[in-house]
Design a protein around this ligand. Structure first.
Ligand SMILES: [Zn+2]
Ligand SMILES: [Zn+2]
Length: 110
């Protein structure tokens, strides 16, 4: 969305012809409200958000269970670094989740 410089109307950018994505190019746009033509340029900016990852500096990973369906395919994902691993036997019991094998067994009996 872009604000029309003439009337201030919020205008949907027309990307139909693949325009409007390239950086440092001037594009034309018609305002449907006041029917004036204006130009705009695109500037693409990247945002980097840094956060601490203690687990990459000698601390434990802080694993959290993923929301996977079927739940037998759940993994443990580190909230800090995004590392994934399979559930341990203890975690399967804790979260009441069977193994993948038990899931396939269940399918067979359906
Ligand atoms: Zn306008
Ligand atoms: Zn981690």
């Amino acid at each position: 969305m872009i604000d029309c410089p003439y009337c201030g109307e919020r205008v949907e950018i027309n990307h139909d012809d693949g325009q409007g994505y390239a950086e440092d190019q001037t594009h034309q746009q018609d305002c449907p409200e006041c029917e004036k033509t204006f130009v705009f340029t695109t500037s693409i900016s990247f945002h980097y958000n840094a956060s601490k990852a203690d687990c990459l500096n000698g601390s434990e990973h802080t694993y959290k269970i993923t929301n996977t369906c079927p739940k037998e395919f759940s993994r443990m994902c580190c909230t800090q670094c995004g590392h994934e691993r399979n559930l341990t036997e203890q975690e399967r019991i804790l979260y009441k989740i069977g193994t993948k094998e038990s899931y396939f067994e269940k399918l067979k009996t359906l």
